[in-house]
Design a protein around this ligand. Structure first.
Ligand SMILES: [Fe+2]
Length: 171
């Protein structure tokens, strides 16, 4: 299965070259978000210790919103004539980072690790925006909306690690 296959059609007014480049950028973000929604559930199941219930219950709404993002981005890929491939092996094959490393773990350890996950995803979403601004403003707009939610979710995580003087306690 090719992840960059483009149909004979794309959005009217868009060149097939711009469509191919846009699809590749969106595919990379789709892989990251599918990974994120699974990782968030994994943490929801395996976090333990003080503040368990707050963190456990914080994560499910994030799962729901990120899952909706994967649907939106996959359907944008299809709209542009691409093929959104969401089978598990293909997702792992296209992933450029290691699996989340913590199993059962304390709240703080999971949140420090999740903050790093959001650093990667949100940083890459922002880089993708810069590239999309010249290729496809509709996809750019979609990624902007996603990034607003993703950055708020990272704030929720960081608020658990922050001191009253604004330092992140990651040790
Ligand atoms: Fe649950």
């Amino acid at each position: 299965m090719s992840n960059s296959k483009v149909a004979e059609f794309t959005a009217p007014g868009m060149t097939s070259e711009s469509a191919t480049r846009t699809i590749d950028l969106l595919d990379n973000r789709m892989v990251a978000l599918i990974d994120l929604q699974l990782t968030l559930k994994h943490i929801h199941w395996n976090v333990v210790g003080p503040n368990f219930i707050g963190v456990h219950e914080m994560l499910d709404p994030q799962v729901e919103v990120v899952r909706e993002m994967t649907d939106t981005i996959a359907e944008r890929i299809a709209t542009l004539g691409g093929v959104p491939i969401g089978t598990p092996k293909s997702i792992v094959d296209r992933r450029s980072w290691e699996d989340y490393s913590i199993g059962k773990g304390l709240v703080k350890d999971h949140l420090v690790a999740l903050d790093k996950v959001y650093n990667g995803i949100n940083g890459d979403h922002r880089k993708t925006l810069e590239k999309l601004s010249e290729l496809d403003p509709v996809s750019e707009d979609m990624i902007i909306a996603q990034l607003a939610d993703l950055e708020q979710f990272q704030w929720f995580v960081r608020a658990h690690l922050e001191s009253s003087t604004g330092e992140l306690k990651t040790k």
